[in-house]
Design a protein around this ligand. Structure first.
Ligand code: HSE
Length: 401
């Protein structure tokens, strides 16, 4: 029998407990022996919940039990979770985590520690919720030079944008629904300001490069400035507005960013709605590959964690993946990255905008007192220089090629 423990009985941790109990037989078949949750660690009590039977409040119960070989970390954050994960790895036990903050900030160190102890630190659930993306990048796609990873990487914001556009919900009402569904971070600023997607871009890019990409180096813009007027123009064009996370190799240099973007119907991410995430990977041989599924939520995310547990259980004593080193990869300045922009301006400034954004196409969406221009392809620096000459710019959104 494989004995495991879960640290953190919140949205994901309780999902892991549920998955292990519900799929007991299939897991036993897939591993070749039974998988049992011996401990669940949390500071809280859960009266009436079956977890009470295995609930503990002291991490030492897990650390000091030689029977426990796999520990799931679903606490979140890089404070106590970081300390406990290090202790677990030091104790020679493998870890499976859904904690993207931890993986983005401390992944290189924890992978090296795991390797030195001949155990594993796996994190499939840290990106894309239930979508398999970490393992495919480390196995199936390793014959390729990965030239681009672009995705809708945050379920909360995709849910909000879908509800605002399709159902006319307000930003606040849609966010509340996302919270009620267990999609959001503890502080939903991390979702709506794009920081969660930023960490996921850092993880994916680090994985592709085999070197650390510091999430703090990634240009990040969230969805808080997106309004119903922006959707009016998107709808007029027949395009969608999505929060995209991208890293792309151009002339050997890596550009990474997170920002809302207008997505055309022919793009594979156009139809990814609600809490779903989509991740498009472009390899130099395979061309485009698309991964799609539930990007947040208790049980889908737990499914990815349990998949890691199964893989660890099936490979005792084997270090499964290299991950990335602590050597920092310097990203290119996005100032030279090129895109079209949709620029909304006050009606009285339309002539100036038309003159400055030479060759731009005017788009009218029936919004009173303003109009918009779809520019030619510009670098970020060229856009900024042009925008500085146009008074009355209300908003600008990049267009995904
Ligand atoms: N808050 C995250 C999201 C959870 O909405 O995508 C999954 O990482």
């Amino acid at each position: 029998m494989i004995q495991m423990a879960i640290m953190g009985y919140g949205t994901i941790g309780s999902g892991v407990y549920h998955v292990v109990r519900t799929n007991r037989e299939i897991l036993a078949k897939n591993i070749g022996e039974e998988l049992h949750v011996k401990y669940v660690l949390d500071i809280r009590e859960f009266p009436g919940d079956p977890v009470e039977e295995v609930l503990v409040h002291d991490v030492n119960d897990i650390l000091n039990d030689p029977e426990v070989s796999i520990v799931v970390e679903t606490m979140g954050g890089v404070g106590v979770a970081y300390t406990f994960v290090k202790q677990v790895l030091e104790a020679g036990k493998s870890v499976a985590t859904s904690n993207k903050e931890l993986v983005a900030a401390k992944g290189a160190e924890l992978m090296a520690l795991a390797k030195s102890k001949q155990v594993n630190f796996l994190f499939e659930a840290s990106v894309g919720g239930g979508i398999p993306i970490i393992r495919p990048l480390q196995t199936c796609l390793t014959g390729d030079d990965i030239e681009e990873v672009t995705g809708i990487l945050n379920g909360t914001t995709n849910y909000i944008l879908t509800r605002m556009n399709r159902d006319g919900s307000s930003f606040e009402a849609a966010l509340k629904e996302a919270q009620d569904n267990g999609f959001t971070e503890k502080k939903p600023d991390a979702d709506v300001e794009g920081w969660d997607a930023c960490r996921k871009v850092a993880i994916l890019t680090s994985l592709v490069l085999g070197e650390l990409v510091d999430y703090e180096d990634i240009y990040t813009e969230g969805i808080t400035k997106i309004t119903t007027e922006d959707f009016a123009y998107a709808n007029r064009l027949g395009w969608a507005i999505k929060l995209l996370g991208t890293s792309k190799k151009v002339d050997g240099k890596i550009y990474a960013m997170v920002c809302p973007a207008l997505v055309k119907p022919e793009h594979p991410l156009y139809g990814v709605n609600d809490v779903f995430n989509g991740i498009m990977v472009h390899g130099n041989m395979v061309d485009d590959v698309m991964f799609y599924g539930r990007g947040a939520g208790s049980v889908p995310t737990a499914s990815a964690v349990v998949g890691d547990v199964v893989e660890i259980a099936k490979n005792p004593g084997k270090v499964l993946y290299e991950g990335w080193t602590a050597k920092k990869h310097e990203l290119s300045d996005i100032a030279s990255s090129r895109k079209q922009f949709l620029v909304r301006v006050k009606e009285e400034n339309a002539d100036t905008a038309a003159a400055v954004f030479a060759g731009a196409r005017r788009i009218d969406a029936g919004v009173e007192g303003e109009t918009a221009f779809l520019t030619q392809e510009l670098s970020e620096a060229e856009y900024e220089a042009a925008a500085a000459q146009v008074p009355g710019i209300l908003h600008r959104i990049r267009v995904q090629a």
